[in-house]
Ligand binder design. Sequence first.
Ligand code: ADP
Ligand code: MG
Length: 486
Amino acid sequence: MSAKPFPQLSTEQEKELTTNLLQWTLGNGLVMYPPNFETYQANTAPITLFPTPIPKTSFIRAQEVQKLFNELYINVITKDKNWFLSILEDLSKHDADFTGKLFEVYKKSTKLQPLSLGLFRSDYMVHQDTNEIKQIEFNTVSVSFGGLSTKIGQLHQYLNGTGQYDDKYNYKYYDDDDEIPVSTSITDLAQGLADGNLHYHNGENKKSTVVLFIVQPNERNCFDQRHIEYALFNNHGIRSVRLTLEEVGENVTVSQDKLYIKSTMDEVSVVYYRSGYAPSDYDINPEKTWDARLLLENTLAIKCPSVLTQLSGTKKVQQLLTKKDVVSKFLPNASEEELSKILSTFVAIYSLDEADDDSKQAIELAFQTPEKFVLKPQREGGGNNIYKENIPPFLEKLDKKDWGAYILMELINPPLHKNKIIRNNEIYHEDIISELGVFGTTLFNEETGEILTNKNAGWLLRSKFSTSNEGGVAAGFGCVDNIYLY
Ligand code: ADP
Ligand code: MG
């Protein structure tokens, strides 16, 4: 099947659609704060006018493998702890300033609470020639845009349902739920946090405890988080409190290993990190922020994620998992079909660690055909990668012993689509490429490996100009989109 073209509207119609779209976003919270904002003023988030085509088979495959991926990462953390810890030990040497510091927190922690909550997101691009989904990365901390993703699905359904994608009459251009479904990520991610609250109380449904959101100061993307907070309250009656890492020390108190908000003495059941994934989150005030991380880790509150779960999302683990024997070792109960589905999502990823046998070949590839690769450090949050012909000079400037801190990944070639992106008052009509994220939630025991819940939790489509390498929405390169399945 081939995709229908994007709706073709006259200038007049597009103008009207744009007004309606902008007002819908402000009316329904598909918004972000602008730089240097005032609390009362939010702007429409950067979004697409139309949904972007994604092959249905690719989308289904991405949904199918999510619970397997959740399980895979849980098992990496729990099934062979010595192996995992030795990898982290090694990475800590290469990246002492960040991975090393996180690992330090793990080593110093009392490990009182064995339950760990994961709100994960696996990111993919569709490979142009085969329509196969290929994994960009697996995120185990601070996954964002689950809030705005539901909202843009609702917006696109509204525009379609009111006939605004039709150029003559008021027909629906797309078939609602079949072609442009809405992501359930708001409800599902809130449900994930509620699962954490439930198991904090050993399965008793209590609303007396709160979820502590650890956020960045002056967070521009706070509405994305707020939608989850509102669903947590509306659907489960569970309240939430927001603190930055820097504020933690002065605003919480610990009694008999339980974590409380000082001003109200509300007990915290779940600490949900929407900060703490990048060095800049700590650099603000290293002593206070790192102390805060350790303080929270050392309580009975369930962490989403624990330091160890966060570290399972390092690019090095992703690289090691591209090997079939490693995947089957960590998914001993998966069928051949399940294994082949998960393996089909991997592109080649190489270690540049000289101790590694395959690395010699990888280093050659990096210098001979850099246009086929992206070089990634052990970092999250965008803006860190080195692309194509920039790779050789970058490596040459580094000390060889530091190459082990990087992985070399084959570039995925996604199809181009000429959708329209609206950012502030400007509409851009350029080739875009899209990245599909699939959310999953899981609650598991880090000591025993027992998995208490394992669920799919909706999706996210982000798009960016094909000319830009990075795809961060908050960073200003990309936009929130939704799927049109064909
Ligand atoms: P981060 O942890 O900073 O989000 P990612 O691994 O997600 O790092 O890379 C950032 C962006 O770079 C992705 O969103 C994607 O647009 C692009 N990218 C990363 N890896 C690849 C790849 N193998 N092929 C094509 N683009 C990629
Ligand atoms: Mg990413």
